[in-house]
Design a protein around this ligand. Sequence first.
Ligand code: SF4
Ligand code: SF4
Length: 426
Amino acid sequence: MSQKNDLHKPSENEYLSCIRCGLCLSNCPTYREYLTETASPRGRVALARKGLEGDLKLTPNLYEQMYACFDCLACNEICPVGIRPADLALEMRYFQEQMNPKRWKGTLFSGLLSKPKSMERVTFPLRLYQMLGVRRLVYALGLRLLMPGQLRDMEAMLPHLPQRPLRSVLPEITESHGRSARKVGFFLGCAQSLLFADESAATVRVLARNGCTVITPRDAKCCGMPAMGYGRQDTVLDMARHNIEVFEKSGIEKIITDCATCGSTLKEYGKLLSDDPRWAERAKSFSGRVRDISEFLMEIPIIKPEGAIDARITYHDPCHLRRGQDVRQEPRELIKMINGAEFVEMNEADWCCGSAGSQLITHYGTSLKVLNRKMDNVEGSGADIIASGCPGCQMQLNVGVRRRRSKIRVVHPVLLLDEAYSKKGT
Ligand code: SF4
Ligand code: SF4
């Protein structure tokens, strides 16, 4: 971490020009649940300013309001004078961490998340829980209902887990079906490899079907977003340099990801390293080549799948895809392309689902309130399937579906596309 005289501190122009207009309030999921100023973007900006100017003590309570932010970016988008309360909340977390570094964060983010193999070992018991049939028994015997509420919901977050992490199964080179028109890199995120392996395997298949040779470097690391959320920007920069170097070796034209959170972070590397003369250009070039899978497929252009999925499908916008990357229509267009799919727009499709990475664990009550609002809208759409291209959102939506004992299926849009291709067997 930085020396005390070398602290990175939010600058005045990140908070001074707030005109307290309140436009951000109604867009903020935490404000809408509590209707208190401190839980609002405007309140967080005021708290940061007062704390940094010395009018308020930088207490744990003050920082707690920064951690209570869901980083949904809605306030950044609406503010008429360019204040970015979501970014400021992250910067305040970083500031706190520099002043008072927590050892557990170093162990977790630099020690564990930086090492894919360690992550795979640590999550092995979860795979065992499913592979040995314990999970099935827990559900069949109703034992899940005996768990305390939060533990039950954390269990419900888990998708059907792969037997082995995708990182250890997926070849480093996947050849294109037919003539290769492009050579692309695939950034396999940690959650995708460990939890949503079927989806990322589908992403690679869909790319190959669309004339791409896909390079998936095994030694890529976590994108850095979890560390960023907990104020460890130093670790994020290390991860960024590593990932840039790894993809530079593979000589690819685009870097594809199917995780909204990874994508928004990878696209930030250029900005994060802009002050580093050795890395600024390389980071800019890297970030400029990153594409979400839906964005890329709509660019190339994609081959229309011939198979059909007869279902009513709605779509939830991941905050880090819609606002973090301005990818809005592309996933919807992919779904509409599938024969038999009846696309239906739900109310407030762009409203946060309450996941924000780990809020179901750290801010359980608020996370559930936000999720309930989302689930009312999902159910109101009458959809059989809800598609969303972010593992965090999917886990949260799985909780919502299980809490309501609903039959709605939660999937990544690319998985639907892959199913539509394979039905025809092309
Ligand atoms: S952060 Fe922006 S939108 Fe919110 S009160 Fe301040 S000026 Fe208005
Ligand atoms: S990022 Fe979202 S949760 Fe955080 S202050 Fe802004 S609107 Fe509220």
